[in-house]
Design a protein around this ligand. Structure first.
Ligand code: SRM
Ligand code: SF4
Length: 555
């Protein structure tokens, strides 16, 4: 092994020797063991699957000398979060037959199934395939699920963008046939011709994940500056419609590695639709070749930008692009729309945004609730389902005549309307954390309702009135619910302690700052209340809490 390759992380070797993401997966999936080997677990991620164990019983099982309860999470990549009724019913069937009974909507408009056992993985992936869905490349060191504001799909004014997330998914999905051989059509595995991968991936793919978002020009629900690459549709005075491109964002940090940090993307250029793919290829190959393959914690594009300096980084992209990078148009970001409630669209159809609550679509113990409601709607009507980057769901393409039917079904199953939601609850996000996430240091999704209640209490006690307060909670600093850009970010540090970040904003254009470390969850409302009082007393007209904090209180 050369000195250079000796410094590469083990995952690089696993990729290189995997025969384009096959490795021993087929054999390991067939074995009688309930789990897979370490190498296979890494390759599995490219196929959208995470090996996990139920952490609620990890300790007692270990103490009793029993094997862990091995379970799998499968993430379904859904470009722009767009599904039809048939697909929604298929997802609902999978939740019932093969997972833990829930459909988990993610902050990147994907769907996750939790609690799947090894022997059901191929059945599940085949069912997805039968309904034109896939988990392939939803995880792994590749271009991930592209997020796109649901308003760009619903709104007639943006038809030129409607299919962009699908286009990017097709263009940047790995070319290897491994997924179809192993997870969909096993019998072909023995006979298949050797296949080739895209040049921009090569046989070791990217150093880590690469994320793209397409923002609405009038609102930033996708948190475009948190992405490796962001696209904001705009009109150039000479070139017409196209995209402003932002680059080098990312939010994850690690307590163990102080040289990791959250970073907002910076504007790169303006491209026409015809130029877009070439530009993305230039960015991806820059990342492929210059990203740090010796330290996975620092392997994201943002560190290439920060370490090289923006000027040199842009020059390298330009060289690979082979044309001068045009100056970007000024990008002005607007407050995120939560897409909740009813709206009538310009084509005369209607849509309703439904608050899901940490993205978890399920029924209550009596078998009633959101999951049943959505199933009934998907069975009765031909609808469009749009997952939002806030873990909520917009049910769209509702004909005028069907609007009352939709309202009745939701009411019958006890689904609350937007007017019944508290203002903290309305925009609160949380990552899954315990018991499934292997990286969780603390609870998040399961403790979100009590934190929401506490903060709602602080909001009311402070006399602020009916004003929004954006809360995001995660079980560790990886930042999966994007707390680093929230007005109030609560980030797990130990089993019982959280760091409190304040001062991000509703436009997603500023990082929050650390306000106080190692708080217990029930201390957080008390810490916030006096700050909310000051906001009421000193805030400017219409000023959001995050903006006030950043202007007046931030250290
Ligand atoms: Fe994430 C890892 C869940 C969006 C940054 N994320 C994980 C894993 C897979 C844990 C693991 O590696 O073992 C989590 C699965 C837990 C479980 O049990 O389900 C997980 N991430 C999620 C989701 C489901 C959170 C949610 O509540 O919806 C989101 C799924 C997105 C999707 O559909 O593709 C999710 N993750 C994000 C975001 C937000 C975004 O992309 O808009 C971020 C911050 C942005 C960024 O990438 O910087 C994010 N997740 C991470 C990181 C830190 C990466 C880094 O380079 O710093 C990790 C850790 C890792 O990759 O090793 C991580
Ligand atoms: Fe897991 Fe941390 Fe992501 Fe939460 S933020 S899902 S705890 S990796």
């Amino acid at each position: 092994m050369s000195e250079e390759s000796a410094t590469l992380v083990a995952e690089e070797g696993i990729k290189r020797t995997s025969n384009l993401l096959r490795g021993d997966l087929a054999r390991d999936l067939d074995s009688a063991e309930p789990n897979l080997s370490g190498h296979s677990e890494h390759l599995l991620k490219f196929h959208g699957i995470y090996a996990q164990d139920n952490r609620d019983v990890r300790r007692e099982r270990t103490l009793a000398g029993e094997t862990l309860e091995y379970i799998f999470m499968i993430r379904v990549a859904i470009p722009g979060g767009r599904l039809d009724s048939t697909q929604w019913r298929a997802l609902d069937d999978i939740a019932e037959d093969l997972a833990d009974g829930s459909i988990r909507l993610t902050t990147r408009q994907a769907v996750q199934f939790h609690g799947v056992v090894k022997y059901d993985l191929q059945t599940l992936t085949s069912r997805l395939h039968a309904h034109a869905m896939t988990s392939f490349a939803a995880c792994g060191d590749v271009v991930r699920n592209t997020v796109m504001c649901s308003g760009l799909v619903s709104d007639d004014a943006h038809t030129h963008v409607t299919d962009l997330a699908d286009h990017l998914a097709r263009t940047f999905k790995p070319a290897t046939q491994a997924h179809w051989e192993i997870f969909v059509n096993g019998e072909r595995a023995a006979t298949i011709e050797p296949d080739v991968e895209h040049e921009f991936y090569g046989d070791t793919y990217l150093p880590r994940k690469f994320k793209i978002a397409i923002a609405h020009p009038d609102e930033n629900c996708v948190d475009v500056l948190a992405q490796d690459l962001g696209l904001v549709p705009g009109t150039h005075p000479e070139l017409g419609l196209g995209y402003n491109v932002t680059i080098g964002g990312g939010l994850g940090r690690s307590y163990a590695q102080p040289d990791t940090f959250a970073r907002l993307a910076t504007p790169l250029t303006f491209v026409t639709p015809e130029e877009l793919d070439d530009l993305i290829r230039a960015v991806i190959t820059t990342y492929r070749d210059l990203g740090d393959r010796s330290n996975r914690r620092r392997a994201r594009l943002k560190y290439v930008a920060a370490d090289m300096g923006v000027e040199a980084f842009y020059a390298e992209i330009e060289r690979r692009y082979g044309r001068p990078l045009r100056a970007p148009l000024p990008v002005v970001l607007h407050e995120a729309d939560d897409h909740l409630g009813w709206r009538e669209l310009s084509d005369g159809t209607h849509e309703i945004g439904i608050r899901v609550g940490a993205g978890r679509v399920r029924d209550d113990e009596k078998g009633r609730g959101l999951r049943s409601a959505l199933r009934e709607l998907a069975t009765t009507l031909e609808l469009r389902f749009l997952i939002t980057p806030q873990q909520d769901l917009v049910v769209s393409a509702i004909r005028g005549d069907d609007r009352s039917l939709v309202s009745d079904v939701l009411a019958k199953h006890g689904v609350r309307g937007v007017e019944e939601l508290g203002l903290v609850e309305r925009s609160a996000l949380a990552c899954p954390a315990l018991p499934t996430c292997g990286q969780a240091l603390a609870e998040a999704e399961r403790r979100l309702p009590s934190l929401v209640e506490g903060l709602q209490g602080s909001l009311e006690a402070s006399g602020v009135g009916r004003r929004r307060l954006q809360l995001r909670m995660t079980g560790c600093p990886n930042g999966c619910a994007r707390p680093a850009v929230a007005e109030v970010g609560v980030v797990g540090r130990t089993k019982t302690a959280y760091d409190l970040y304040l001062g991000g904003g509703p436009r997603g254009d500023r990082l929050a700052t650390l306000h106080q470390e190692k708080l217990k969850l029930d201390e957080i409302p008390g810490v916030l209340e006096p700050l909310l009082v000051r906001w009421r007393e000193e805030g400017l007209d219409g000023e959001a809490f995050g903006d006030y904090y950043a202007r007046v209180l931030a250290p």
